[in-house]
Structures are given as structure tokens and as C-alpha cells.
Ligand binder design. Structure first.
Ligand code: AP5
Ligand code: MG
Length: 217
């Protein structure tokens, strides 16, 4: 399956993507995680991305699209992928469409995770991610690690993302509404959008997502 996951910051895209990717046996491709990996390796791309991410703004399309294309070209993505955080505006969606068209393939669904703003703010405030791999995500109250400050998956140190400060979250939410939400209409016109509530326990949301993907609604 080829799926795009969309939803406001903190809705649980990364949390759900990890589980869905495992169940559906497709790679989880998160542009946010790819940028954070570049930041920790101190690459040129990481340095560029950090200045935008810390401000809560989108990283320029040119570098983002090139990075996403590169990742989608890896052999593990040949038969499907779950995109988390990409595309994030209409021009990225158009670039993705062009790429898929050139390869004669299509998206199967765009899974839209809905969560109210007060909930996403609470989720982000308590989020802790792993320094070694930001796809390993915890929450101080909702999904605490077994040992405080230590990643259950790989033993890495847990920290609060630099862009999870109150001020940056406000900008990220605004950017989501103005730049990312329009892609939902873009994909709705293609009949691809499946909207589910992201509220409730993590496993329940995963079950809801799998059901919705199966029935296409
Ligand atoms: P990115 O890393 O994609 O951040 P985001 O979209 O803002 O989303 P988050 O990762 O904050 O939230 P999430 O929905 O994944 O929630 P999570 O599962 O962690 O992007 C960061 C930045 O990179 C962007 O601002 C931009 O600068 C740049 N960027 C990335 N992609 C780009 C692109 N395509 N173009 C340009 N720039 C790009 O969950 C949140 C918390 O809630 C966790 O603590 C989790 O444990 C908890 N939680 C999850 N589910 C539940 C539940 N059901 N109940 C209770 N708690 C829950
Ligand atoms: Mg995420």
C-alpha cells in the first residue's frame, strides 16, 4: 500500500505510523525524522533544516522534495510506503503526484488524523523522543518509558524536541492550517481521503486506522 498520513503536529502521526508500517509491512518514511537524523549527523542539510524547524516553518520545498524522493527510491519502498509529514503543502503534493505518475503508480489512501488543538498541545508538551532515533516516541504521562529518560527500544537518551516549545508549537499549528490543510482538499478531489479521530488510546486509534484503510472510508 502507498499511504500518506496527514494531521496537525502532535496528533500522533509518528506514533501511528510506526504501528501501521509494521502491520502493513511497509517502511515508515518521516521527513521530520529524516531531517532530525541529518541534524544529529551535522550534515549541511541538517544545518539548513534546523533553522527552519526551530522557527516552526517548513523547510524549503526543493531540498525537502529531493530528500523524500531519495528515500522513496530505496529498495524497501518499492512495493509501498507510509509517508508521515510529506507532502506538507500543495506544491509538494503535486511533486509527489508527478513522481508517482512517472513510475506508473498511485497512492491508495490519505489517512487524515483529527485531534482538537487542546489535545495536541498536551501531547506535544509531554512528548519525549530518543536522541538516537526520533521515531522512538514517548509521553511522560500517556506512554511513559519503563525507565525515566531512557528509550525502551534502544536505550538512547530521551529529550524534548527543540521545536516543542510553546511559541514554536503555535507557529507550527498556524503553518499546518495555512499550508498543510489545503492538501486534504487536494486529495479529496482525487477521492483518497479517509478521516479518523485520533482521540483515545493509541491501540484504539491504530485499530480505527486499519479498519478505515480496509473499507476506504
Ligand atoms: P514533524 O517531525 O513531521 O512534526 P509535526 O508534523 O509537527 O508532527 P509531530 O511529529 O510533532 O507530531 P506527530 O503527529 O508525529 O505526533 P507523535 O506521534 O509524536 O516535522 C517537524 C518539522 O520538520 C516541521 O515543522 C518542518 O520544519 C520540518 N518538516 C518536516 N517535514 C517537512 C516537509 N514535508 N516540508 C517542509 N518541512 C518539513 O505524538 C505526539 C505525542 O503524543 C507523543 O508524546 C505521543 O506519545 C503522544 N500520543 C500519540 N498518540 C497518543 C494517543 N492516542 N493518546 C495519548 N497520547 C498520544
Ligand atoms: Mg512526528
Amino acid at each position: 500500500m502507498r499511504i500518506v498520513l496527514v494531521g496537525p503536529p502532535g496528533a500522533g502521526k509518528g506514533t501511528q505510523a510506526t504501528r501501521l508500517a509494521e502491520k502493513l509491512r511497509i517502511p515508515h518514511i518521516s521527513t521530520g525524522d529524516l531531517f532530525r537524523a541529518n541534524i544529529s549527523r551535522q550534515t549541511e542539510l541538517g544545518k539548513l533544516a534546523k533553522s527552519y524547524m526551530d522557527a516552526g516553518d517548513l523547510v524549503p520545498d526543493e531540498v525537502t522534495i529531493a530528500m523524500a524522493k531519495d528515500r522513496m527510491a530505496q529498495p524497501d519502498a518499492e512495493n509501498g510506503f507510509l509517508l508521515d509529514g510529506f507532502p506538507r503543502n500543495v506544491s509538494q503534493a503535486e511533486a509527489l503526484d508527478e513522481l508517482l505518475k512517472s513510475e506508473g503508480i498511485k497512492l491508495d489512501a490519505v489517512l487524515d488524523l483529527e485531534a482538537p488543538e487542546d489535545e495536541v498541545v498536551k501531547r506535544i508538551a509531554g512528548r519525549r523522543v530518543c536522541r538516537k532515533d526520533s521515531a522512538h516516541v514517548f509521553h511522560v504521562t500517556y506512554s511513559p518509558p519503563k525507565q525515566e529518560g531512557v528509550c525502551d527500544v534502544c536505550g538512547g537518551e530521551l529529550y524534548q524536541r527543540d521545536d516543542d516549545s510553546e511559541e514554536t508549537v503555535r507557529t507550527r499549528l498556524e503553518v499546518y492550517h495555512t499550508q498543510t490543510e489545503p492538501i486534504i482538499d487536494y486529495y479529496r478531489a482525487q477521492g483518497l481521503v479517509v478521516t479518523i479521530s485520533a482521540m483515545g488510546p493509541v491501540d484504539e486509534v491504530t485499530g480505527r486506522a486499519l479498519e478505515a484503510l480496509k473499507s476506504g472510508q
